[in-house]
Design a protein around this ligand. Sequence first.
Ligand code: NAP
Ligand code: MG
Length: 405
Amino acid sequence: MEKIKMTTPLVEMDGDEMTRVIWKMIKDELLLPFVDLKTEYYDLGLPERERTKDKVTFDSAYANQKYGVAVKCATITPNKQRVEEYNLTQMWKSPNGTIRAILDGTVFRAPILIDSIRPAVRNWKKPITIARHAYGDVYKATEYRVPGEGSAELVFKDKNGNEVFHETIYDFECPGVLQGQYNKDSSIRSFAHSCFNYAIQTKQDLWFSTKDTISKQYDQTFKLIFQEIYENDYKAKFEELGITYFYTLIDDAVARVIRSEGGYIWACKNYDGDVMSDMVSTAFGSLAMMTSVLVSPNGQYEYEAAHGTVTRHYYRYLKGEETSTNPMATIYAWSGALRKRGELDKLDSLVDFANKLEEACIDTLNDGIMTKDLVGLVTEGTKAQAVNTITFIKEIRARLEKKLA
Ligand code: NAP
Ligand code: MG
């Protein structure tokens, strides 16, 4: 069989631990035999980040900007223990944080659904994609533990030092707590563009929710910016595609989400997105089945799994034990990136390959062959056999070969 050709390179960001091991298995078994893979390779594994003083992470993000599409393996975000384990000269920052800051993007997370794993919410039939605005609010807040009686004020001075706003927050008569949050129009705008673009790309409705009735300046600003950008830049395209933009209060959104059958993007402010994405992914089944894509406001994409490097499995792997780590989300990172590359370069065969790769994965699971983490989640009466990672991947390969023949 002739291998499928690519024209533009895909930016490949390798990573750490168990996912690095799986990364190679996926390439060897599911990609290289079928695709004349053209990638620009960046090793974001921690030793290489240390060796290059993290330059490799920055370079990979610039390459992502240049070529438009990247696929990323999970990477270690160093903490104190990792600094010792890897003998690091610095506690290098989270690569995801660095890449997100450079691309100014929004992260969209969506579950992979199979018939035999029913979401905890009975009526959910299609994926719910959560878009989290990963900037500002409580994550960049200034906090103070108020020790006792005293007064708290909110003050804003313009760039010349003139006080243009001054209001009492509260006159404390006892100890309490205090917090100052901010966000920026530019960041909210980027968030909105990423969300509207991604809704168009995936032909799904977009929901957005805040608490603007209570937060009449802060949350209201989010609502108004989204509305303005929608009207000016996206309304016509949405109407043409038959998709809708729907704004509602966060508490109303939560109620509607639970009653819905899924199949839309739910854009959330930073904290709401943090909380709701964990709720939605747990209700859909498993973190190992969560995909994630970073979308920049000007249409650059970085695909990855939502989970980490699965350290516990890696330590067992190092001892020579077999592991049954689920490669689904990492395979979908590759299929997502290859499909997008194919769409941008008008390579139907590459798009077709990405679709067939995903079908082969789903068929394998529907045949009851799965990793250990999923066996406990399938509905009673489903035949389910736990296999190790490489066996699972080889089973996918057998089905993929048939589809491509
Ligand atoms: P994790 O790697 O997501 O794993 C947590 C646990 O979830 C695992 O021990 C495993 O449970 C289960 N799990 C996750 N993915 C799985 C899969 N594909 N197949 C089967 N089980 C899976 O999170 P972590 O242990 O908190 O973090 C490990 C490292 O990953 C950290 O160094 C962190 O910095 C990094 N991290 C990176 C990213 C990223 O690059 N995007 C994201 C998150 C974390 P059992 O052990 O019970 O089987
Ligand atoms: Mg969270």
